[in-house]
Design a protein around this ligand. Sequence first.
Ligand code: A2R
Length: 318
Amino acid sequence: MTDTPRLLFIGPGMPAVRTRLAKSFDVVDLPADGTEAFLAEHGAGIKTVATFRGIAPDVMAALPDLKVISSFGVGYDSIDANEAARRGILVGHTPDVLNDEVADTTIMLWLAASKKLVQADAWARSGAWEREGNYPLTKSVRNRTVGILGLGRIGQTIASMAEMFDAKVIYHTRTEKDVAYTYYGDLVEMARDADVLVVITPGGAATQHLVNAEVLSALGSEGILINVARGSVVDEVALIAALEEGRLGGAGLDVFESEPHIPDALKAMDNVVLAPHIGSATVETRDAMGALVCENLEQWFSGGTIKACVPECQHLNG
Ligand code: A2R
């Protein structure tokens, strides 16, 4: 296997992806224990990485010959892309193929939170319907103002789906987009005008706690927060306080600050719908994401460029 580039597989990941990569690469797995000793012995010579959980700075530093990292998922906040770019390393990710799936999950969380599906399900199962009668009325999701924080690939897909519910879509990003929706340069102002606030920015330092106590209070006692981005974008302590004090109406959460840990306070609230980071988690979409992880590496193998490169490294991509 001397002419075959060595590939470090950082899992746990999809077996089908590992099998496909093994056709073009000499695949070695990053061990869960003894990583340092493993990298000291095998780090030199590894040119490619496929990862399902980012790459720690010490692992990247221990790979002096690294040329390309192919990461599963569109978000890459667990990879130091600026450091990769500085070292001339390409970073690939899996954008676009998950837009519809994450948007579907977003709408599901919004509808479930607003129409209280989880509580209604419990009501039906417990026999309360027979004992106490009809479930209390909820508020319609029609004709709401939906504020989208982060109007990128996924955010725009969510916006079009929200329009199917007769929503007025408004948005906040750092730069105004060429779209028909109303732009807000100020997130608090947008939250004040929104009935529903959907968070779909990247994670990382630049968006840390962008949704803070002020934003949540502005969204208000009837407002609903939906977070399908990263747990880090929302100040979870402030979120719990706002929900407990009735300053925020409800939430649909797919992501949390310390996954897989979910604070007990959130678990105890009946105005919150919780999901275990399932935004893109269907067989079909995960297959498409896995295929793109492979395509990025296979394209690099045959021509030195990758198919879906993160912006920080785009200047290196051919
Ligand atoms: O700010 P802009 O003009 O670069 O717009 C981007 C926006 N965004 C932000 N908005 C407000 N404050 C920020 N600090 C900030 N940083 C970024 O988020 C853009 O409209 C959007 C990101 O869009 P895309 O790069 O197309 O990402 P995509 O594919 O929609 O995925 C979003 C995230 C992933 O990074 C994962 O964390 C999650 O969805 O699955």
